[in-house]
Design a protein. Structure first.
Length: 80
């Protein structure tokens, strides 16, 4: 699926990309996972700024939700 971010999602992604340490505190369903994965993708594969990322999330989210989001969005190819 093609990802077309809302303005606040683009702002949040740039917030993450522009800082060494960041956190997103958004309500459920506002796209925290895709925002974060998009920022990670850019930092890994566009800017070559990072090699590892520590994500703190509930087990179900890290195991199930993230995998589903990686498979769902076309622009996230290359992250495993």
């Amino acid at each position: 699926m093609k990802y077309v971010p809302h303005e606040y999602q683009e702002y949040a992604k740039e917030f993450v990309v522009g800082r060494k340490v960041s956190a997103l505190f958004l309500d459920c369903g506002l796209g925290k996972t895709v925002i974060t994965l998009t920022a990670i993708w850019e930092l890994l594969l566009d800017y070559f700024e990072i090699r590892r990322v520590l994500v703190i999330a509930p087990l179900r989210v890290s195991r199930d939700t993230w995998k589903g989001e990686l498979e769902k969005w076309d622009h996230l190819l290359g992250i495993e």
